[in-house]
Structure formats: C-alpha cells, structure tokens
Design a binder for this molecule. Sequence first.
Ligand code: THU
Length: 137
Amino acid sequence: MHVDGSKLLEQATFARLQAYAPYSKFQVGAALLDSQGNIHLGCNVENAAYGPTNCAERTALFRAIADGHQPGSFQAIAVIGDTDTPITPCGVCRQVLVELCGREMPVFMGNIKGDWTQTTVGDLLPGAFDSRSLDHS
Ligand code: THU
C-alpha cells in the first residue's frame, strides 16, 4: 500500500511543537500511521534526570499501543527535527520499532528545512535482538 510520506512528515511537524525539551532544546516530532489510516502523534518528553527522557518516536508508538492498536499493525512512521540532514532515530527507538512494527514498515525521516528520506524498520536495525532470539529451547 502506498503511504503519503509528505503528509505524515507534515503531521510530525505539528507534533514537534508540543515537545517538552527544556534541557536539550532539541524538539522532535513523530507521526505514526495506523492500519485504519489514523495518525498518532508523538513528541520528545525530557526529564531533569535525563535518563527517563522519551523520544518522539516512542511517544507515538506507546500512545497508539495504549489506545488499543496491535503491535505489527502500523503502516508507517515519520520523524522530524531541526537537523542539517534528515533526522535519524536513536538506537533505543530502533529497538522499539523492531518490537512493535513490521520489518518492511516505511520510516520517513525529515528536517524542518524540508529535506527527507525514507528507509524501513529492518534496515534501521539489522541483526536485531527480537522475540525470536528468546526461542532457544
Ligand atoms: N530525540 C528524539 O525524540 N528522537 C530522535 O530520533 C532523536 C533524539 C530526542 C531525545 C532528546 O529529548 C533530544 O532529542 C536530544 O537528544
């Protein structure tokens, strides 16, 4: 199925405005497309202890899961930040994307200048440790 990456990036741009990023001052937005065509927005939410910070991608994913959407049912995600080249998800978010999304799911990455590129969940984390890795017996 064709996914409109530019529309999803536009929604991520709106989500970015909600970022709570008083420490890094680096605002990130994400938009996750579900199986019914609805969009779940996420932003980064920071913490004075730094470690509890939640990235925009995980906020969108956890929000959709909490709203009852099934892992593996999502169509695409877009993420945007104020970077020179399109933003790239952190390692923790890549691991969570592998857990909750199909390996072929498109990931649209952009910056606020309008540059963007597209990859897949599987290409972001080759050789991922996943649920199959636990099937050892
Ligand atoms: N951040 C995201 O939300 N997504 C990314 O893809 C990269 C990093 C956030 C985490 C932190 O709040 C800030 O950006 C600086 O790392």
